[in-house]
Design a protein around this ligand. Sequence first.
Ligand code: ADP
Ligand code: MG
Length: 474
Amino acid sequence: IAIDCGNQEVLERTSMFVSPREVEARFVMGLPAQGRSILGQEAAAMFLHEIPQIAEAALFFHRLDADRMQRHVDVVEDHAVLQETLEEKGLVAFVADGAILPRRSGIDNRPLTEGAIPFVSPPTFRIALTAPNGGKITGMGIPRGVTLIVGGGFHGKSTLLNALKRSIFPHIPGDGREYVVTDATAVKIRAEDGRSISGVDISPFISNLPYGKDTRFFTTPNASGSTSQAANIMEALEMGSRLLLIDEDTSSTNFMIRDHRMQSLVTKEKEPITPFVDKVRQLKEDLGVSTLLVMGGSGDYLDQADRVILMEKYRPVDVTDRAREVVEQVATLRRPEGGGHFGRIPDRTPQASSFDPSRGRREVKIEAKGLKEILFGRERIELDAVEQLMEVSETRAIGEMILYFAKTCVPRGMGLREGLDCVLREMENKGLDLLSPYKLGCFAMPRIFEAAAAINRMRSLKISQKGIKLDIKK
Ligand code: ADP
Ligand code: MG
């Protein structure tokens, strides 16, 4: 007997519904059997004794810890309000003083229990926000623009970024990140060599590929580190991201930097890549898209940053002024290569032939194989590099969303953004039950970014570029 309950993050899900009139719990139960015979007595005991006992213990308010429950609701509500406040205050993220960011291990999302150093904001970044339940909360506010996180190895840079990438969702009480809040449209960007790319315009970053390969409609079954990172950015922008989160640990070096010496050795005509360092300001100025970047390895980013945060023994320090001095004293010598404007972000429209959910004799066979893989008909969609997928219930919902999108949006010629927006709005209005012909308790609400990420990684995806949403060129 099991119920889908999520883990550290709080997502809307179909396992529980609470309304003023009733409470509905959806769970799974394995019926007892021995070989091919049904164990009726045991089944009766489960139905008549165990289930009522569980329901009695779990679903009646008088049996629950009222304070704990109130705290849970308070924290989730506060996160939602603070996330809206970010926008009003011109911020992209907030990390409360006292937050516990490190996790128990690389594969354990629960808080580090021993030796965790609580977060303390640098005085110059400290602001106070007001949460409806938590009251006044002080912490580090990160404004829009280009923010650089620097510092020595093992000083907590990635830990900060990882906390932010997951704080698009609320965290449960006791997690340590209850009052860490990130812009809801934040997308973690990384290199992902080997992925499939279909009809993405990566020309802002990459042009003049060998043998004239088109980068305005870039298609490959096997992307390189740099082309995959470029595509990941363009796809996030297409879906409306206003904040990119990038870590040098998971980036492609030649996509991120190209220093003076390399510019001298390999001239621009021979290098297809315009490194991110030449595009990061245009993202802000042309598109209003902010970047939060962990970069301990290249000082060329200092010229581009609005502010620089140094992580020192897990403590953030404002070194913006010091960075300005360094920029004045130590010339970079490199030439900007980014041109005058960011470039195009065309609308992409998937074609009907991309989607075939059938397998064998089954007309529709869709399955989430754990958190990072969807089987869609005969297609295996690999999501290992999609870092902001929180739980398998979300992955499962995305699998069904693809079918729903293919059935209802593709025939009407809707683009990926327009169609997914439309499907998500329907899911919000009518509930996630929309995704299945019968009631299931194992769906959680995904974001548009992860849903699009799955479609974009389908090896069968065929795209046409229609309107150009943004063509910022004089
Ligand atoms: P960096 O990216 O700067 O190289 P990481 O963020 O990977 O460093 O952190 C290095 C180690 O320090 C990790 O094992 C992490 O769990 C731990 N760590 C990070 N922040 C804290 C903290 N506030 N308290 C205790 N340990 C921390
Ligand atoms: Mg790191």
